[in-house]
Design a protein around this ligand. Structure first.
Ligand code: ATP
Ligand code: MG
Length: 346
């Protein structure tokens, strides 16, 4: 654990700006006096692209490398063609910094609306592979735009890539009280990749006899997310399955305003990046309606990653207590940030 944190901040677009301000407020409040927090803000996102045509210039990519971690608000705006910022900024960062773990905890907090009957006890974390699967841009289109068009999108799975994410998931499972890890894939149909995932999972599992393991096809997993979410502790899965499952997980645990995530390189070779799962929500930008809790919980993940476990827990407990006591009246973005900052400082 360092005695200073050199943080890169990318507020981004729409409500990204608003929620990041609250995240920083809580971060400042929770850190011990003797930890020096330095921040540098990066102007990246839709406005920058409109102004200069740039998404993530190499000079900024280089500068970002020298931070301990990155806090991101949200990137994206309907005025920018789909894919420009995703590929030119978000995926570029993920590949450049080799963020092979996409971490998404799912917890049902008190007083949070869930569409599930009987308020099951939901507290699991999805470890999604971040750099492979169908996300590598490997594919193409033949006879584009004609009735005879053929498009391919190749799912890339390397033993190296699968083993490192599976190992990380076993480590996380071993450190949690329930010590249970579920592999989710579709190895009855995607046999080449699916069998490799399962074989590697079984092999690495031999080193973790204390961890109980399970395997589910992704279609069955979607059913259990809704009917028996309490059966999950840690889930490890492929990039695309993880994308879909974690949105489902956010929906059953009270929605997008509470869902936090980390794009992590556990080796520490590059800074990891923490962000709320939601997007820039242009429909509510500037109205004070954005819930900053997801960003504040992302700050907790950031602190845990940097070794500030006690401060991370303090933020999570503050969110829990704050939600337990809330009486349902509307609170602005700022008011939620203030309430949580006061709780973690106290
Ligand atoms: P993206 O493509 O960037 O994921 P999106 O179009 O999927 O964006 P989001 O920006 O994630 O959409 O938001 C979807 C809707 O959920 C928004 O229009 C907004 O009404 C609501 N929403 C998102 N984030 C929040 C938040 N933090 N607090 C309250 N409501 C939110
Ligand atoms: Mg979205």
């Amino acid at each position: 654990m360092s005695t200073s944190i050199n943080l890169a901040v990318i507020p981004g677009d729409g409500i990204g700006q608003e929620v990041v301000a609250q995240g920083l407020k809580v971060l400042t409040a929770v850190l011990p006096q003797d930890v020096k927090l330095e921040t540098r803000e990066y102007d990246l996102g839709a406005q920058r692209w409109h102004r200069t045509g740039e998404t993530l210039p190499d000079a900024e990519l280089e500068a970002l490398k020298h931070h301990d971690a990155i806090l991101l608000g949200a990137i994206g705006d309907p005025s920018v063609p789909s894919g420009v910022l995703e590929r030119g900024l978000l995926l570029k960062l993920r590949f450049a910094f080799d963020h092979f773990i996409n971490l998404r905890p799912s917890k049902l907090f008190p007083n949070t609306a869930t569409p599930l009957a009987g308020r099951p006890d939901i507290d699991f974390v999805v470890v999604r592979e971040g750099t492979e699967g169908p996300y590598t841009g490997n594919g193409g289109s033949l006879r584009t735009g004609t009735p005879a068009e053929v498009a391919t999108e190749v799912s890339v799975n390397t033993a190296y890539g699968v083993e490192r994410v599976v190992r990380d998931a076993f480590e996380r499972a071993a450190s949690r009280p329930r010590k249970k890890l579920t592999l989710v894939h579709k190895n009855n149909v995607l046999v080449y990749a699916g069998h490799m995932w399962k074989n590697i999972f079984d092999k690495v599992g031999q080193e973790y006899p204390q961890v109980t393991t399970d395997y589910l096809h992704v279609d069955a997993a979607t059913i259990f997310f809704v009917t028996q979410p309490e059966r999950f502790d840690v889930i490890v899965t492929d990039n695309l399955f993880g994308d879909i499952l974690t949105d489902l997980a956010a929906a059953v645990t009270g929605g997008i305003g509470l869902a936090a995530s980390g794009n992590i390189n556990p080796t520490g070779a590059f800074p990891s990046m923490f962000e709320p799962v939601h997007g820039s929500a242009p429909d509510i930008a500037g109205t004070g309606k954005a819930d900053p809790t997801a960003t504040i919980l992302s700050v907790a993940l950031l602190l845990r990653h940097l070794g500030y476990e006690e401060q991370a827990v303090r933020i999570e407990e503050a969110v829990s207590a704050d939600l337990a006591e809330r009486d349902g009246t509307f609170r602005s973005t700022d008011a939620i940030g203030d309430a949580l900052a006061a709780r973690v400082a106290g």
